[in-house]
Design a protein around this ligand. Structure first.
Ligand SMILES: C[S@@+](CC[C@H](N)C(=O)[O-])C[C@H]1O[C@@H](n2cnc3c(N)ncnc32)[C@H](O)[C@@H]1O
Length: 474
């Protein structure tokens, strides 16, 4: 534990949980923004990426290993976070990450290059207005033209019933004794004692009782960072749009991919009511009310949406690679979407599985292959986008399949290092995958099989890792 004394009131006497967020991948963000009409990023060329408030920087370090030709920067003022992130980078041999153990305020004064991506996960609702201004100044100064920003935050109206819980928790924690962890634990215990139907707040807001049950099961370090910072601000999406507009950015889409498809979120009546609203700003806000949204993963772009024809935007979308990260059989005829379940024709899914067996493909190529039997190309495109939104398919960085030639090997030393970690770890490990441009969760069993196959043993080649081109050779 370290206890620096930052000025902004953000907690530093307990570390944040070590979490991986697939939405922070450049390939994922590129997909979300192109879907929203932005111009694509050339991910096969050098680019720069900055993670502000990186915590343990799990995603950023794995992404750095998945994009060895790019330059990643990770900033956090908690020394324990940066030390752990540096250890992980060293473990993977990812030499393309520059770590900044610094506050955003200090970073603003540094001589930095410009960035094609600036990401902030779990920052904007948890720092005060001055720090948010600094963050926007950093974006304004350091984001390249056409650059993307990922910004996640708590939003209304989804927090309207539960927001008073935070005030209660903060006051209870402040009145308790001990360090931050024991005060957090005391606050949760006291809230559970209060959370009974004789307190009208709980009786009148049944969802709050469920929230309290969930809170009591959450890790203490997460609760401390989520609820006990000096600031905990819930934003309205249109206000965040206004703030980003001041920094010269426009909304491009959501990294919660289903959120880009209203048909997957709400019924026809809600969609028609929203469509009839007088402007885009109101439609954007009303959607949060239609789904009672409480968390957003917004992607903003500097400049790049302007001047694109619809045909050009479609061409860019069709050039994006997508594929299957799980076992192919898991591409099902029924997939879960926010509104419920969505069904596809058995034949369509069977043909898609056959195609995906040989690796990731550009969307346009899949449409061309599946559309050759007279199927409607527009419907096929929509089905593919819905399958990506449901998680059955995933945005990739590259199109292609298994490389059969040569000796058995891993795609990179980083894959070998990560597989070695998987073998020594009970929990699945995120292994950097250049084809995906993201981390792939690998179990100990799968990693052990891969290592035995790599060592030349007579075991079956791990099909999924081979298809993802993390393993190559005959
Ligand atoms: C909720 S955590 C999110 C960590 C990480 N992005 C993730 O999602 O796993 C917020 C992080 O921002 C860092 N942070 C908060 N205020 C900061 C500031 N003013 N300058 C630098 N880092 C800051 C904290 O130390 C913490 O690691």
């Amino acid at each position: 534990m370290h206890a620096p004394a930052p000025s902004s009131g953000y907690l530093s006497d307990v570390t944040f949980p070590d979490r991986f967020h697939r939405e922070l991948s450049p390939a994922w963000l590129n997909y979300a923004s192109v879907l929203g009409g932005a111009r694509p990023k050339a991910l096969d060329r050098p680019f720069r990426y900055l993670d502000l408030g990186c915590g343990f920087a799990h995603s950023t370090v794995v992404n750095a290993a998945a994009f060895p030709h790019a330059e990643f920067h990770a900033c956090d003022f908690n020394p324990a976070h940066i030390e752990a992130a540096q250890r992980r980078a060293a473990q993977l041999g990812a030499g393309n990450v520059v770590f900044h153990e610094a506050s955003f305020e200090a970073l603003l004064e540094q001589d930095l290059p410009t960035f094609d991506f600036i990401v902030m996960h779990g920052i904007y609702s948890w720092v005060d207005a001055d720090v948010r201004r600094v963050v926007r100044a950093l974006i304004s100064r350091r984001l390249a033209e056409n650059g993307l920003v990922y910004l996640s935050y708590n939003c209304q109206p989804g927090w309207s019933a539960e927001a008073p819980l935070r005030k209660l928790m903060l006051e209870l924690a402040q009145a308790a004794q001990g360090g931050i962890e024991s005060r957090t634990g005391s606050a949760i215990a006291a809230m559970q004692a209060l959370g009974n139907p004789s307190f009208r707040y709980f009786r009148d807001n049944p969802s709050v009782t469920d929230a309290l049950t969930a809170l009591a099961k959450s890790p203490i370090d997460y609760l401390a960072h989520e609820y006990l910072n000096g600031t905990w601000e819930i934003h309205y999406s249109v206000d965040v749009i206004d703030q980003m507009a001041e920094a010269g950015l426009g909304y491009a889409g959501s990294a919660t991919l289903a959120d880009n498809h209203p048909a997957l979120l709400m019924d026809r009546q809600a969609a028609e009511t929203i469509a009839a609203m007088p402007n885009a700003r109101l439609r954007h806000l009303a959607e949060d009310y239609a789904v009672n949204r409480r968390f957003r993963r917004d992607v903003f772009v500097r400049g790049a949406r302007a001047g694109q024809s619809q045909a050009e935007a479609l061409r860019h979308l069709e050039a994006l690679p997508i594929g299957c990260v799980s076992d192919i059989e898991q591409i099902d005829t029924r997939v879960a979407i926010p509104r419920g379940m969505l069904s596809f024709q058995t034949e369509f899914i069977a043909d898609l599985r056959t195609l995906m067996q040989s690796g990731s493909m550009r969307i346009g190529d899949i449409v061309a292959r599946l559309g050759s039997g007279g199927h409607n190309r527009r419907d096929i495109l929509q089905n593919l986008l819905y399958l990506v939104a449901s998680g059955a398919l995933t945005p990739f960085a590259q199109a292609g399949g298994y490389v059969e030639e040569g000796a058995r090997r891993t795609a990179s030393p980083a894959v070998a290092a990560a597989l070695a970690c998987c073998v020594g770890d009970e929990a699945p490990t995120l292994v950097p995958c250049e084809a995906l441009g993201n981390g792939v969760s690998v179990s100990r069993t799968e990693a052990t099989q891969a290592q035995r196959w790599l060592a030349g043993e007579q075991v079956e080649r791990p099909a999924r890792l081979a298809r993802l081109r993390m393993l190559c050779g005959a």
